[in-house]
Write a protein that binds this ligand. Structure first.
Ligand code: PHB
Length: 391
């Protein structure tokens, strides 16, 4: 009797499946991935696209019985374009979730649409602290500049660095880095002078001349991913590599994507960040190997790991909601924890920001290539700006 009931149910299910094939196809869960695939920040787009595709290749394109469809759009790095693309993806394609967002202005532009349409927005790259406050539907898998920077200030203060010049790109994340470093370092008795360089087409040389004249113990630098090589070139041209001034900062400047091409000038740079391709864990070894294999040897950087973890968060969230997007999906993502290639991570249920280890690293040559080699770990770091507000 039991057996017959079971067969009956299975038979009915088979008929339903056959009849609703077309309806099921329409029910695909769509992910809108908006990235700068062209323009000066195309390296971020390329890294995140590759990581998202790798995740899908490894985990399949079906979640909770529904087909996952990734729709990639190029915003060319222009915020108005990001907003228009998000609008089209929401209205025409009826996406369940949008993801990507290569720079802070590109993450902020569609935030009101996320709120209005109740579409979760997974920020995989942009890193100004306040971004998650722009909509209750934003969740972040990258990092925040204050999260990566405060440990740098503490390391510098403990390591005989007394006078620092900060040089940052003059927009959200750079200003975050400058403020976080200055307040944490001066609180430990350090001395700081601040310089800001334009984000677009930066010419570092007049600023580097000021640094040479100020003769600090260290130069703290933030430039967004992809720009570090340009900075390093001018650093050498100004002779600062021979000045004895140490190079420190959050790890964006020694980005894995371009580090190996920088040459010996990068050796010895001390940075603090959440991801290094040299991170020593079985999860990271297999991630780096698979990423390189799928992308002609390209090394994944911290943007790639933000994209890979963002896809993980979407897949696991959809499993919990049975494929539903909207409020259910953002709620399912809150508090989630997993082991990333970067180490253990979780989504803070209050702020929707990622909680993660920050590593202190030094650029070294390993097997003939330059890497950020981790030598100390600050575990489970929250964004300090939001942590301070909730106290
Ligand atoms: C940002 O615009 O928020 C951003 C971009 C690149 C980075 C860090 C932050 O490396």
């Amino acid at each position: 009797m039991r057996r017959r009931t079971f067969m009956g149910a299975a038979g009915a299910a088979a008929v339903t499946l056959a009849l609703s094939g077309a309806a099921l196809a329409q029910e695909a869960v769509k992910i809108g991935l908006i990235l700068p695939m062209t323009g000066p920040f195309a390296s971020t787009g390329r890294q995140i696209e590759a990581a998202a595709k790798l995740y899908m290749q490894q985990h399949g394109d079906t979640v909770a019985g529904k087909k996952i469809q990734l729709i990639l759009k190029d915003d060319t790095g222009v915020a108005d374009v990001t907003k228009r693309l998000a609008q089209e993806l929401i209205v025409n394609d009826k996406i369940a979730v949008m993801a990507g967002f290569g720079l802070t202005p590109l993450a902020l532009a569609p935030a009101p649409l996320a709120t209005q349409a109740k579409v979760p927005q997974v920020v995989m790259a942009a890193a100004t602290a306040t971004i998650t406050e722009a909509s209750p539907y934003i969740v972040r898998t990258s990092f925040t500049l204050p999260q990566a920077t405060v440990p740098m200030a503490e390391w510098a203060a403990k390591n005989d660095i007394k006078k620092v010049v900060t040089l940052v790109s003059d927009y959200g994340p750079g200003i975050d880095a400058e403020k976080a470093f200055t307040s944490a370092f001066t609180a430990k008795g350090g001395q700081v002078e601040n310089l800001r360089v334009p984000l677009a087409n930066p010419d570092f040389s007049p600023f580097l001349q000021k640094v040479a004249d100020a003769k600090p113990d260290a130069l703290f630098v933030f430039v967004p991913s992809g720009i570090g090589a340009q900075f390093m070139k001018q650093f050498v041209e100004r002779g600062l590599d021979k000045s004895g001034i140490k190079l420190i900062g959050p790890g964006d400047v020694t980005d894995d994507d371009i580090l190996n091409g920088m040459g010996d000038v990068a050796l010895g740079a001390i940075t603090t960040h959440h991801y290094s391709a040299a991170h020593d864990s079985p999860e990271n070894k297999s991630f780096v190997e698979a990423f390189k294999k799928a992308n002609n040897g390209m090394r994944p950087n911290f943007m790639a790991v933000g994209g890979y973890d963002g896809m993980h968060l979407i897949y696991e969230g959809l499993k919990k909601t049975n494929g539903q997007g909207g409020q259910a999906l953002i709620d399912a993502m809150k508090g989630m924890s997993w082991t990333s290639p970067r180490g253990p991570v979780s989504i803070d249920p209050q702020t929707r920001d990622i909680v993660q280890n920050i590593y202190v690293r030094k650029v070294e040559r390993k097997d003939g290539e330059l890497y950020n080699v981790e030598f100390a770990t600050i575990p489970n770091v929250k964004d300090p700006v939001k942590a301070a507000k909730s106290n």
